[in-house]
Design a protein around this ligand. Structure first.
Ligand code: C5P
Length: 233
């Protein structure tokens, strides 16, 4: 799949989300639906957004025993999303089960990616609370490698880690990167951030952009700017 800009639709209701998407009359953005919206509205909101012609990244971050994840992914495979995810911490066996569950009878499936370490987890907490003694970069590289070995398509990581991931897992292995801000904008609560243009240069395949678009005075213009900078169009 080609590179693209994904809008994180972090809204709490379907109505708000659809009203937001109504503004986009030209190019239909690739949309990320997270837990908040999915738990509020259920699978119907996925069908509605899909019907309007958007590609969908269903960001539910599954993490459970392999059998449960396989069966949950089988259900999700019927929703016809374009991308979904799991936690790499669930082990290679769990990720393989996810891939099996997600693959439809005709062999087709959405892209499947894994979360390595959440960007909200600091190296200190990872080491003190989770007793992972390696450093953050080494942990991310190892989780990315586990993801590749399980046969998944890529990982979610900070744009600044995309080069590390590609170096370890190869250029074809995808880096999906949140933490994007325009050069002249505020950071909000994000720490390890970069611009759409720099994310492209480092090697991101997909950038996930929330507030710089959803909270902009003109979201359509902000999206167009993201596309222009990231895709160099
Ligand atoms: O508003 P903002 O651009 O910060 O939104 C980024 C989106 O990416 C949010 O939906 C956030 O939950 C998600 N995300 C992230 N960092 C990660 C994984 C996901 O910011 N490591």
């Amino acid at each position: 799949m080609a590179q693209d800009v994904i809008i994180a639709c972090d809204f709490s209701s379907g109505r708000e989300t659809l009203e937001f998407l109504d503004r986009f009359e030209g190019r239909k953005p690739f949309v990320k639906i997270g837990m908040e919206l999915f738990y509020a509205e259920g699978p119907e909101i996925v069908r509605q957004i899909k019907q309007r012609g958007h590609k969908i990244f269903l960001d539910l971050k599954l993490h459970d025993i392999p059998n449960t994840v396989r069966k949950a992914m089988r259900v999700l495979s019927r929703l016809d999303v374009d991308m979904t995810n799991v936690h790499a911490a669930g082990t290679v066996e769990m990720m393989q089960a996810a891939l099996e569950g997600l693959t439809r009878e005709d062999g087709t499936r959405p892209l499947l990616i894994a979360v390595t370490q959440l960007t909200s987890t600091s190296e200190e907490r990872m080491q003190k609370e989770l007793l992972i003694n390696a450093g953050m970069e080494e942990t991310i590289a190892q989780y990315a490698d586990n993801t590749r070995r399980a046969g998944l398509d890529g990982v979610v990581c900070s744009p600044l880690e995309a080069a590390l991931v590609k170096g370890r897992c190869g250029r074809q292995f995808m880096a999906i990167t949140p933490g994007i801000r325009f050069a002249d904008a505020q950071k909000d609560d994000q720490v390890r951030i970069t611009t759409p243009q720099r994310a492209r240069e480092i090697g991101s395949d997909f950038i996930v952009v929330g507030r710089p678009i959803t909270a902009a005075a003109d979201p359509v213009a902000a999206y167009a700017r993201c596309v222009r900078e990231f895709l160099n169009e």
